[in-house]
Design a protein around this ligand. Structure first.
Ligand code: DGL
Length: 284
């Protein structure tokens, strides 16, 4: 198959990366995608970086060998922090896009110069994040909050999502605990006026987070910029899918290393994709 017509690989520890896939499909409607949820090994956020890096290598190799992907989007902040440099050096020919907490856009947008950042322990404790944080810390004050258990709770809430609200009491309680630990939110001096979502799962708790921080606070996630960056990268290497791809333009294949039902529910709820597009795979 010509390179331009091959799928783009997207992966996350679980269903969180579907928030990035949603943005990718809107930005690149002619592309094919293969999404891998490593739910059998989730959550990544509280595991050690070596483990997350090993999973990232195994998934990259699998998506290349079995699905002949033309590019890879690491739709997981924790995996990007743990392994993107290594993947880049072991796959120099593979266009690669990672996600990281959007601190730079937050610095530009914040008026009060107090910015809240929520993410996993793995992301916020990583060398990569520390370097980014240190490069901007003089200009504003960042309030960092590792949200142990929140990605996992969102993962578990997906089946309920199909029948109504995605936000179980557990998700609401964790969000409330972590947001209140960060201090006062609002747009007055001394208050946190910008909240950065440093984990792709948290996008699916947006209504709860919005209710907790109030209407004036800007909430920043990375789906759209990552999708635009993917388009730029594919254009640079001239592998954007042709506008009228023969056959199944825009087709999405969804794979999981864990239980099928949560991925099916999440894909149906958030991307309006039918359950038949989901498949369980073994990937040790
Ligand atoms: N969605 C992932 C992230 O963006 C990780 C969640 C987890 O597995 O802990 O960091």
């Amino acid at each position: 198959m010509p390179l331009a017509e091959r799928p783009i690989g997207v992966f996350d520890s679980g269903i969180g990366g579907l928030s990035v896939l949603r943005a990718l499909r809107a930005e690149l409607p002619h592309e094919r995608f293969v999404y891998l949820a490593d739910s059998g090994h989730a959550p990544y956020g509280e595991r050690d970086a070596r483990f997350v890096a090993q999973r990232t290598h195994a998934i990259t190799a699998y998506l290349r060998a079995q699905h002949h992907i033309k590019a890879l989007v690491v739709a997981c902040n924790t995996a990007t922090a743990a392994a993107i440099h290594e993947v880049r050096s072991s796959h120099p020919d593979l266009p690669l896009v990672g996600v990281e907490p959007a601190l730079k856009p937050a610095v530009q947008q914040s008026q009060t110069k107090r910015i809240g950042v929520i993410g996993t322990r793995g992301t916020l404790g990583s060398e990569k994040f520390r370097a980014l944080h240190a490069s901007l810390a003089g200009q504003v004050e960042f309030i960092l909050q590792a949200c142990d258990g929140l990605a996992h709770a969102i993962e578990r809430s997906t089946e309920q999502a199909l029948h109504g609200s995605a936000e179980t009491p557990e998700v609401r309680a964790l969000c409330a605990r972590y947001i209140s630990a960060m201090g006062q939110f609002g747009n007055e001096a001394g208050q946190i006026d910008t909240l950065v979502l440093g984990c792709t799962h948290y996008v699916f708790a947006l209504p709860t987070l919005r209710a907790l921080v109030g209407p004036q606070v800007q909430i920043i996630d990375t789906g759209d910029p990552v999708a635009r960056q993917t388009r730029r990268l594919l254009a640079q290497v001239a592998t954007l899918a042709p506008e009228f791809l023969p056959g199944d333009a825009g087709a999405v294949q969804l794979l999981t290393t864990g239980a099928l039902a949560p991925l099916q529910a999440a894909a149906q709820r958030w991307l309006q994709l039918p359950a038949q597009q989901c498949e369980r795979i073994a990937l040790p």
